[in-house]
Design a protein. Structure first.
Length: 202
């Protein structure tokens, strides 16, 4: 039986096709696929803040999420990342927080949690541990939203993040109990990388 040979485009054909697409783009005949990238917004399944001032008090039912450096306050948000649509993969992931009121400029940091926590029971004295890897945002304290690029942190399934701040006064963001200001995880689907083309002798 002869091995199957895959037909790969020659470099000249690849170049010609690329030049044709560029020409159509410049003429406005076609629109880049990236302009139509599908964005999926995920609602938080759980969130809560903990406070060093009340180390054994749970705030899971609060309509706000609080972050502060000292005395400490930090919060946690959890999402389940679904499987990307067929033929696609998640090419971008952004954690979006919505501010309740103006605060001070600071650096906000998000890390994955590495131990379990529950919205109805998490407290400062039993807060979850976190991973070393993090993403940070320079927050001006006044923007309506704070957006973290968490693509490097997410995996399939449950993704839980701890958010901390260098601010010495409390920064206030909406929780999932506050529907107009609830945190979101925005996932952008992009085409999966095509398989490498190979050939075999006949």
């Amino acid at each position: 039986m002869r091995p199957i040979a895959l037909s790969c485009p020659t470099p000249a054909r690849v170049l010609l096709r690329a030049l044709t697409i560029i020409g159509l783009l410049l003429a406005g005949s076609i629109v880049p696929v990236s302009a139509h990238a599908a964005v999926t917004s995920m609602a938080a399944e759980a969130d809560a803040y903990v406070n060093e001032w009340s180390p054994d008090q749970n705030h899971g039912g609060s309509s706000r999420l609080v972050a502060k450096s000292s005395p400490g306050a930090e919060f946690y948000v959890s999402f389940t990342v679904p499987t990307a649509p067929s033929g696609q993969q998640w090419g971008a992931a952004k954690l979006v927080l919505k501010r309740l009121s103006p605060g001070v400029a600071s650096t906000l940091t998000a890390r994955r949690t590495t131990s379990s926590w529950a919205e109805a029971s998490v407290v400062w004295n039993q807060r979850p541990t976190t991973a070393a890897n993090s993403v940070s945002v320079a927050d001006n304290g006044t923007s309506a939203t704070v957006v973290f690029d968490v693509q490097s942190l997410i995996t399939g399934g449950v993704n839980s993040f701890a958010v901390r701040s260098t601010a010495t006064t409390s920064l206030l963001f909406g929780s999932r109990e506050n529907s107009d200001y609830a945190p979101e995880l925005q996932l952008t689907a992009v085409a999966s990388t095509p398989p490498t083309c190979t050939t075999s002798r006949r």
